[in-house]
Every structure is written in C-alpha cells, then in structure tokens.
Design a protein around this ligand. Structure first.
Ligand code: GTP
Ligand code: MG
Length: 287
C-alpha cells in the first residue's frame, strides 16, 4: 500500500448531446448507472457514479444532460440548466467531444461555457474507434486544457490515462461517499430509467423525447418474483398510440427488453406491468 495521501473530489462530464458522456461514466466506474441511447436528450438528471481506487482515492463523476443551443421547450431549458449547475462546485471538468461531428455553433457555445469555468479541465475526444474526420477542429482547442486524450468509451480504450489525469487534478481528502456506494440514485429511479432507455431505443421520431416514466408499486412476492408497475406518460395522444403499437406490439417489446435487463442485473424473476397514459403537463412538473 502506498503512503501517499488519498485524493477525493468531483468531476463533471460536460458536452453536447450524444457525444457519449453516459457511456463514459459507466465505463469509468465499471457499472451501468446511466442509461444511453443513439438519440439526443437521453440523460435528464445529474446522475453520479463513484470510482474507488485503493491506492489513489475516490472520484465522484457527475453525468449531465447534453447542452443545447436551441431551446424550443421547457424540458430542454431545464436540462440545460441542470448541466450548467453541474459545472459549479466541482474539482475537475471533463469536456467530452465527438470528432466524427463538425464543430458547429452549438459546440462553440459549450466550449465557451467550459472555458469560462474556473476549474481544471480535461478534453476527451471520444469514439476513437471511428474515423474522427473532424478531430483537428477539436485539437485546435487543446491549449485551454491540462490534458487532451483520445478514447473510446464504448470499447473502454484509453481510460487508464484518463483516470490518472483525473486523479492528478483531485484534491487530497476523505471519501465523499461510503466505499460500498456507487451512485446517488435509488432503486425505483434506476428501474424507471432502464424502462425509459428501452423507450428511447424502441421508439422513433419525437416520441421518446415526450415520454416520462412514473413508478407504481414494486413488490416482492413469496415466490421470489418482483412485481413492478410503471406508467409511460406522454404529452400527446398520437404518441400514446405509437407507444402501444399495432396490437400492443411496441409496448410489449419495450417491456420485454426492460424485463430482460432487470432480470440479468438483479438475478431475480421480474413481472413488469406497463401502462401508457397521456398528460400534456408532465413537463411542467419536471424538476
Ligand atoms: N462508436 C462509438 N460509439 C459510442 C462511443 N461512446 C458512446 N457511443 C455511442 O454514442 C451514442 C450516445 O451515447 P450516450 O452515452 O447516450 O451519449 P450522451 O452524451 O450521454 O448523450 P445525452 O445523454 O443525450 O446528452 C450511443 O449510441 C453510444 O453507444 C464510442 O466510444 N464509440
Ligand atoms: Mg447521457
């Protein structure tokens, strides 16, 4: 064991939607705490994931919603606000970019926000398993960062040097979380997020962005099966039809894939009862 004092601090993952922030937090801590999908606006909450290293200490990572330049609705405004709030009170900012996409106005806006924050920064060029046609556009920004690394969050490539660079920036201190705790989210919220991920993967067009998942009862029966009730709430009657699908096919497919994942992770038999309802105002309650 090293006698060096242990480090402890918080690092926020900031970037455009779809660059791979949630994939990265899961790969960094080795557990899926955040849902991911190929569609934008997947993340809606500042979910934390904890990395404990026996020698170096603890880092609490904060996943954030992607930041948008165009704010067409209340949900997007709220998501932007959550991401910006996560940039304060932290010890290190990890700016995640996707070099398969052009730097555009939105990226320049986020880069400006990142540069304006007074905390140490690392820039991560993700998706290095793909041809990063535009990597030079991002590398031109290297100067403002203490470290710039090319990684693949999906394939867990380049994470070791990234973790070392993060620990280098962390202050010394006692762990913020007990060593057996890996996230700030509770079981009910985790269940709702896994279901919402399947909605994002299984539905198209604007349907996933207008859906929220509200949990009903979660009960363990004597036979060991866990009965989970949840409602998919959408803001639009047309979307309700699309969520149910022809002959209930869509909702069945969402339920099937959510149940499979929940069973695999919990090692329990799950009975999942999903219903779909319309509430045009759910976004107004979103916090
Ligand atoms: N090829 C490749 N794809 C990746 C990599 N990392 C993430 N992805 C994919 O990129 C898509 C978006 O990933 P997310 O992790 O959900 O992105 P995000 O930045 O959290 O997106 P928001 O939550 O919407 O802001 C998913 O389809 C991921 O599988 C990578 O290293 N390589
Ligand atoms: Mg995300």
């Amino acid at each position: 064991m090293s006698d060096a004092p242990k480090k402890s601090g918080m690092a926020a993952l900031i970037g455009r939607s779809n660059v791979g922030k949630s994939t990265l937090i899961n790969s960094l801590i080795g557990t899926k705490v955040a849902i991911t999908s190929p569609k934008p606006q997947t993340t809606r909450h500042a979910i934390q994931g904890v990395l404990n290293d026996e020698m170096r200490g603890q880092v609490v990572f904060v996943d954030t919603p992607g930041i948008f330049k165009r704010v067409p609705d209340r949900l997007t405004a709220k998501l932007n606000e959550k991401a910006r709030e996560s940039m304060t009170g932290i010890d290190c900012l990890i700016y995640v970019v996707d070099p398969t996409r052009h730097v555009g106005e939105e990226e320049r806006l986020i880069h400006g926000l990142v540069m304006a924050s007074g905390v140490p920064k690392i820039m991560v060029l993700n998706k290095s398993d793909r041809r990063g046609e535009f990597r030079d556009e991002y590398l031109a920004w290297s100067d403002g960062f203490s470290t710039v690394l090319e990684i693949s969050a999906l394939h867990c490539k380049g994470l070791k040097p990234l973790i070392q660079a993060i620990f280098d920036l962390m202050p010394e201190g006692e762990p913020l979380y007990p060593l057996d705790r890996i996230t700030n989210i509770d079981n009910r919220f985790w269940l709702s997020e896994i279901i919402r991920e399947k909605v994002f993967i299984q539905t198209q067009q604007e349907v996933p962005f207008g859906v929220t998942v509200e949990m009903g009862s979660v009960e363990e029966r004597e036979n060991g099966t866990v009965y989970v009730q949840a409602s998919l709430i959408t803001r639009d009657k047309r979307h309700k039809k699309m969520l149910i699908g022809h002959g209930g096919e869509k909702i069945k497919a969402i339920g099937r894939s959510a149940r499979r994942e929940l069973e695999a992770v919990t090692n329990r038999k799950i009975f999942l009862d999903l219903e779909v309802s319309v509430d045009e105002k759910w976004e107004e309650r979103f916090v």
